[in-house]
Design a protein around this ligand. Structure first.
Ligand code: ADP
Ligand code: ZN
Length: 616
């Protein structure tokens, strides 16, 4: 392989204010997010960087900003073609000269990109890793002034990671390929094992190590008792009209059912799972990204290849398979930093089904791992401990605040009530039926059902039959969960698990122990602090949203590329009428102002004239 001799790169002498100027003028942001500034600074000074930051942490800006400041082209290696296009569109919308090279381009398009690259007219080039295995690509790069090399999704180089890509191994040669340019690697994968593996494989030169907090302060976590799921979903969606969200379910069948149910209720919903043909999957994903469908009901097959920043909620309608996957999946919400809600519907009656699947795993070690992960996620969902604290704890991070102000536990939307008497009724029903029946039947007894099974067994003659009929079935089901969680009763193994009493039950029956139940009332949750419920003009926001969609369609890009939800909300709060005022809106840099400013300003002015009393 030929490599052209390189000129040693002159050290950058930037004035301290330059990154800030670029942040404002190009990206339209007034402040850096945590860690961004020191990463940018290290890169422009020529130092390698290894950064672990959560989804939504703002990794792209960490290299896009230096790409603007540094001479030459910044080459970004990125594994997903779909994401490359999004990144390129986003960068271009800010006036950054960006392109990508991958197999989705025609030979002519590839030739055009190569021409731009060789003539030095690209700030940013995204490429797929497999290119690095090709000699002719390396020869091409040797003729280019590469100012910075970036490995995005760097965990793909690790066999320990969840999405190992053999192509990434060719990146071990990166440092040798660009001896004069800094190399920066980014990942959102938190485990230490993967991190060490990445560092070893990339052989970075004394890199600046950055490990950001995995806290996502704009995400609100909420776990609710799963009862009548369809109704619960409908009422939750009704309180978030028109917002973009994902509903995760575990099976294709349940995805189809939930999607059909919600469509019938008039929601703009589409399904997504591996059983749909490629074309339909692609179409549904595209409709979601382009704000043409509000909601995607999906299996966990959905989410990897999307960068949509304005997802306002993620609902888990079934138990996630681990705390880690819960964090990953909820992490897709609120990448734009705006408030977003993560709701998990949990019932212990879901557990046997998950157990059933785990039992089919042939490999013993894998099975044990899956089981341990299940136990952890169950205790996460059952405990009355701050959700954020538990999540961060899982990643070895200590959350020190007493009250996170952003989860159901900390906002006290749960209340405890004394259920000792009801618990006694239930335990006595279990005892009187000789611990031979499951939860449904026990609930039928205390609520006084006359169904076939009750009559066949003569259980309508029990003393406890009907003693709890003034309480709903939902209450009793919840109490079963609570008694299980508090280890007062347990459930036998097998296809028809029966409830039986544990040691603690005796004290409860004798009235020696109080049973408290955490109840989640079905009222709306208190508003999260710093939430989007602040004073902004909703009507104007909707008008701005339509204009954003119109422009996005004209340009063939997703709406969030034109402006983020944050930008629109700022406009609906600040009512900018001059170009100068428009620049103070988050996400409005000089290029976006020039391209879209006039149309948005016009809309805002017109709205102010039509409803002057609101726009003060
Ligand atoms: P990641 O790749 O780490 O998940 P992104 O780079 O996609 O995160 O950034 C997430 C969102 O945050 C984007 O919408 C981006 O425009 C926004 N963002 C990044 N940096 C800032 C900042 N300093 N101020 C405001 N918004 C920012
Ligand atoms: Zn909390």
């Amino acid at each position: 392989m030929k490599t052209a001799p390189r000129q040693p790169r002159p050290r950058q002498t930037l004035s301290g204010s330059e990154p800030h100027d670029t942040l404002r003028k190009v990206f339209g942001f007034s402040t850096f997010r945590p860690n961004q500034e020191r990463i940018v600074q290290a890169i422009v000074e020529g130092r390698d960087v290894f950064a672990v930051m959560p989804t939504g942490g703002g990794k792209s800006l960490c290299y896009q900003l230096p790409a603007v400041l540094l001479p030459g082209t910044c080459v970004v290696i990125s594994p997903l073609i779909a994401l490359m296009k999004d990144q390129v569109d986003g960068a271009k919308a800010n006036g950054i000269r960006a392109a990508c090279l991958n197999s989705s381009l025609s030979p002519e398009e590839q030739a055009a990109v190569q021409r731009d690259l060789l003539s030095g007219s690209l700030d940013l080039l995204y490429v797929a890793p497999e290119r690095f295995a090709l000699d002719h690509f390396r020869e091409l790069l040797a003729r280019v002034d590469v100012g910075l090399a970036v490995v995005d999704e760097a965990h793909c180089i690790s066999e320990w990671g969840h999405d190992f890509r053999p192509d990434y191994l060719s990146l071990s040669a990166l440092v040798g390929l660009f001896p004069d340019a800094p190399v920066a690697a980014f990942t959102a994968t938190a485990t230490m094992k993967v991190q060490e593996d990445i560092l070893g494989k990339l052989a970075l030169r004394n890199p600046l190590p950055v490990r950001a907090s995995f806290d996502r302060p704009n995400l609100f976590y909420d776990i609710r008792f799963k009862d009548t799921l369809s109704n619960q979903l409908v009422s939750l969606l009704k309180s978030n009209p028109g917002k973009a969200g994902i509903i995760y379910r575990t099976s294709r069948k349940s995805v189809n059912e939930t999607a059909a149910m919600l469509q019938a209720k008039g929601f703009r919903v589409l399904p997504y799972h591996a059983g749909l043909d490629d074309e339909e999957r692609r179409r549904n994903q595209e409709a979601f990204i382009r704000d043409e469908a509000d909601i995607i009901v999906a299996t966990i097959a959905f989410g990897m290849g999307i960068d949509k920043s304005n997802i306002r909620f993620v609902i888990h309608a079934d138990l996630p398979k681990s705390v880690e996957s819960y964090y990953q999946e909820t992490g897709r919400a609120g990448r734009d930093g705006e408030p977003a809600r993560c709701t998990l519907f949990f019932s212990r009656s879901d557990i046997p089904r998950v157990r059933f699947f785990i039992d089919t795993i042939a490999d013993e070690a894998e099975r044990a791992k899956a089981l341990a992960a299940l136990q952890k996620v169950i205790s996460f969902a059952s405990a009355s401990v701050c959700r954020r604290k538990t999540l961060l704890d899982h990643f070895g991070e200590e959350y020190r605040q007493d009250n996170c102000g952003g989860c159901d536990i900390c906002l006290g939307s749960r209340e405890t009530v004394d259920c000792s008497v009801e618990a006694q009724m239930m335990l006595s029903a279990v005892a009187r039926t000789e611990e031979r029946f499951g939860a449904t039947h026990i609930v039928d007894i205390v609520t006084g059902s006359r169904n076939r099974k009750i009559l066949d067994f003569g259980h309508n003659r029990l003393k406890t039959w009907g003693v709890g009929k003034e309480r709903s079935k939902k209450f009793w089901r919840q109490l079963v969960d609570e008694l299980l969680a508090q280890k007062i009763i347990a459930k036998s193994e097998g296809l028809y698990p029966a409830l039986y009493l544990l040691d603690k039950a005796a004290a409860v029956l004798k009235g020696e122990t109080v049973v408290e139940m955490v109840r989640t009332p079905d009222r709306p949750l208190p508003k999260a602090p710093g939430g989007e419920e602040g004073a902004y003009d909703r009507d104007l926001f909707e008008l701005l949203r339509s204009l954003r969609k119109e422009i996005a369609d004209e340009q063939g890009v997703p709406p969030y590329i034109v402006f983020s939800d944050r930008s629109l909300r700022d406009m609906a709060t600040l009512f900018p009428v001059t170009a100068e005022e428009m620049l103070s809106v988050s996400g409005v840099g000089e290029v976006k102002l020039e391209r879209y400013g006039r149309r948005f300003l016009q809309l805002i002015r017109r709205h102010r004239e039509e409803s002057p009393e609101q726009s003060k």
